[in-house]
Design a protein around this ligand. Structure first.
Ligand code: FAQ
Length: 311
């Protein structure tokens, strides 16, 4: 007997065979992927802004060159991910409109301000650290174009994390005022970074189905726990104090117990009321408007070329 399209799809998922753009897929699978991949793309693009704020003020030419190239990598990741989402039948214009109108989400973390140079270290160390924790499993996600994009993205993210850790190292080995800057940045970024993994499993409406479809390979809480377990020894190595009075090694579970994230703050930021949400969207809209002439010129050029070739 011929298997139904749905059965064939389920069989591929069960056998770890990637789903490709031209394959049949349930509408809800397509929708979930467009949602996650486009949010991921938006996060990369908006994620350029907090760090971009420090390019002109980096403390040395070397630091400036490194930061500039990190931010360029993020632009690349965003474009890569928009392309992956486009293979599912959505257009880039649509995705960008949704970002600019406030309809689409992007990671809560990028709505916090970068107040000192140490924040650039903390972002690389913590935010890119969390991104890697979340994205390495996505290299095995069931949708082919997303999985393949993640391979390169993760390689670049690990360089980003090392540069962040190295900034933190320099500050922690520096003058007492520098060490204090590092601690203050750590205090600012620790809890928002834990929020990046999303709501608690019991409050995460998408996890169960995404795990079944092997879009997600671990739950939000599983990845958050792994992240804490990875970061605490690194903080100790830097001589920094994790800003959590409930943090405690738990021998039985072979991991750390840690305090509760402020979920009210999280949802507040997700709903658009974080410290920088409005600035971020305004900056993106402005960049888009100011780039209109570039898009028009590129289109006009493509048209001329096509006409020339046709003639
Ligand atoms: N912020 O049911 P779940 C980077 C939303 S790394 C805002 O658990 P899901 C690199 C969620 O969308 C950051 N919203 O959802 C970089 C959903 O709303 P919806 C980007 C959040 O999808 C580093 C609702 O809450 N990484 O950019 C957040 O199963 C440094 C319920 O949540 C990715 O996007 C949040 N933190 O799990 C760049 C990774 N958390 O859509 C520059 C790929 C949840 O139903 C500098 N994405 N929400 O309206 C994922 O792994 C997943 O989508 C999760 C959320 C884990 C983020």
């Amino acid at each position: 007997v011929e298997k139904s399209l749905e059965e064939q799809f389920e069989e591929k998922i069960a056998n770890e065979i990637r789903i490709e753009p031209k394959d049949w897929m349930p509408e809800q699978y397509r929708k979930t992927l467009v949602r996650q991949i486009s949010q991921h793309a938006h996060s990369e693009i908006v994620g350029m802004l907090p760090e971009g704020n420090w390019i002109t003020r980096a403390p040395s030419l070397k630091r400036k060159a490194i930061l500039l190239s990190k931010v360029q990598d993020e632009a690349g990741h965003g474009l890569y991910l928009y392309s992956a989402a486009e293979t599912l039948g959505t257009s880039r214009d649509q995705m960008i409109n949704d970002l600019h109108s406030g309809k689409a989400k992007y990671s809560s973390i990028f709505n916090y301000p970068t107040l000192s140079w140490a924040d650039i270290g903390a972002i690389g160390w913590l935010v890119d650290g969390a991104a890697i924790m979340n994205q390495v499993p996505l290299c095995r996600t069931s949708y082919g174009p997303y999985a393949r994009a993640m391979v390169r993205v993760c390689k670049e993210e690990s360089f980003h994390q090392r540069q962040g850790f190295e900034i933190m190292m320099s500050l922690c080995n520096g003058a007492p005022a520098q060490k204090q800057m590092a601690q203050e940045a750590f205090n600012r970024w620790w809890w928002p970074t834990l929020m990046m993994f999303g709501p608690k499993d019991e409050e995460s409406p998408n996890t169960e189905q995404s795990m079944r479809w092997k879009i997600k390979r671990f739950t939000n809480d599983e990845l958050r726990q792994r992240f804490v377990d990875m970061m605490v020894p690194q903080a100790e190595f830097l001589g920094l104090t994790v800003p959590d009075k409930d943090l405690k090694w738990n021998e039985a579970k072979n991991g750390y117990d840690f305090g509760d994230v402020d979920w009210e703050e999280f949802w507040n930021v997700v709903k658009g009321n974080g410290p920088c949400n409005k600035d971020r969207i305004n900056a993106r809209v402005k960049a888009h408007e100011e780039g209109a002439w570039v898009r028009e010129a590129a289109l006009a050029h493509a048209q001329k070329r096509a006409q020339r070739e046709a003639a």
